[in-house]
Design a protein around this ligand. Sequence first.
Ligand code: IBG
Length: 221
Amino acid sequence: MSGKPRLHYVNARGRMEPIRWLLAAAGVEFEEAFLETKDDLKKLQTNGDLLFQQVPMVEIDGMKMVQTRAILNYIAGKYNLYGKDLKERALIDMYVEGLADLNELITSNFFQPADKKEEHLATVMDKATTRYFPVYEKVLKGHGQDFLVGNKLSRADVQLLEIILLVEESKPDILAKFPLLQSFKAKTSNIPNIKKFLQPGSQRKLPIQEKDIPRLMQIFH
Ligand code: IBG
């Protein structure tokens, strides 16, 4: 055992990507065990390694953790990215849950029928512009600080940057009307651990390609 967290998932973003982001931002090295086939998933299930028979699963500190949110909460708490008190934590939770909702909307685009994809994506981008991004712009404007909560990097900042970059892949000008999010993006992208993760060759995953969907479906269904 190397002592590094070991991540069990497919070699794709999916539900593991925010975990990869958070570990990377915390400066924690991690190993990945990729599921290539349904049998790989079955093996973990049969061994009793997956509490709910699902991945993501992360081996960390002697635990086999499942449930994405629980894993993220643990990492955020352990690496001091979860606010200084309960009220900061409550704010971080609200901001992060909004980001998780937006992330689900974006992900659901992959599962739309071909003839509905474009229209669905336009609706998602509209929601990003009118419901989600204005919230974070307003928070930054309200306190005039660089980070969302407590004038210090938290998991909320890490997850916001992840989503900004994700949305920009579909709509590069999405931040046009959000000047504070533009400077937020520039500053957080330059934090050394994050900058390193954004460089080619890191453990950050590329966007899921249409051609990968059947492979993922074969493993998970
Ligand atoms: N609530 C759980 C969590 O957040 O961890 C859900 C986990 C989950 O849905 N896991 C799926 C799984 O293991 C893989 S992620 N399925 C096997 C089974 O038998 O249930 C699938 C997924 C992808 C991309 I890929 C986006 C969203 C989900």
